[in-house]
Design a binder for this molecule. Sequence first.
Ligand code: M6R
Length: 369
Amino acid sequence: EKGGYDYFMLKEIVEQPRAVADTLLGRAGLDGTLTLDEMRLSPEDLRDVTKIVIIACGTSYHAGLIAKYAIEHWCRIPCEVEVASEFRYRDPILDPTTLVIAISQSGESMDTLMAVRYAREQRSRVLAICNVNGSTIPREADGVLYTHAGPEVGVAATKTFLTQLVACYLIGLYLAQVRGYKYGDEINAVIAQLAAMPDKVERVLDTVEPVRELARSLADAHCVLFLGRHVGYPVALEGALKLKELAYMHAEAFAAGELKHGPIALIEQDLPVVVVVPSREGRSVLHDKIVSNIQEIRARGARTIVIAEEGDDTVAPFADTLISIPRVPTLLQPVVASVPLQVFACELALAKGNDVDQPRNLAKSVTVE
Ligand code: M6R
């Protein structure tokens, strides 16, 4: 069943190009058309939306954080993201014009399910993004967009994360189209670019061997920090979560701009710091800022591991290790930037002798609150 791999996780990482392609299949046309009728929410339902609230846990929450950047940019609808376990206990403001998007791979996370029930009691519409057909959350939601990642056995979410991102993009682009959008050309270009994502992910997978070597060389590190800006920030959070859950290592992620507000005091000689560099497309200010962040931490002794798009020669002089990823539009970059971080965490955990499919203290689906 493991298809020749020692662990399901290794197989599931490699399956990602197919998982992404299957999630796009029949939904996004190269001509810019989107077909999401299966969602059970009519264009009328979506036209009335005044606010979006995304609720999820763990890796699914990180997909939600990335979705916020895309949805607010493309649709100009305010979008909040919250961990499901906090949501209903703080008296959130919900009404019938709020669209709640619940992201859950399993469709069974109790925290998310309880948040869904709460939102429906407040008469908000709930749209689920889910990988398991007929599971509880999509059954109780008003609509659902399934990710087509296939069964994921490893406790760590990998291919389901990438497909959740794709589902979020599809919903954001669809909402933009249904409601009339500001960035028409960009929207059509992004839809076309989505079709190219399976190949781009494949390219990342073809070039990750140096990431494996790097991970093995860091098996004795005590801590790894992750930095990002814009959508690279949730990517950094996800990289840190993977390292905690698989390698049982202290890992923390920061928005790179927050460094100077405290975390920079953590930097010491040889501390590994992974930096996710935003693409240069359209957001060069952010790019320049992160280059100076890399210089700042390197001057204080950090061992810099830099993930940047191919051809980005401005970062190379400050990178102890440079991991190149294909060039894609900024908002889609998490799809390619997350993959080296999955490989990094998996390989580091294996080097420590851990079971990456069944990390200690964890369950694939968390059915208690
Ligand atoms: O099934 P769900 O997406 O609702 O699960 C949420 C989290 O429990 C899950 O993403 C968890 O964080 C993963 N093990 C992370 O790899």
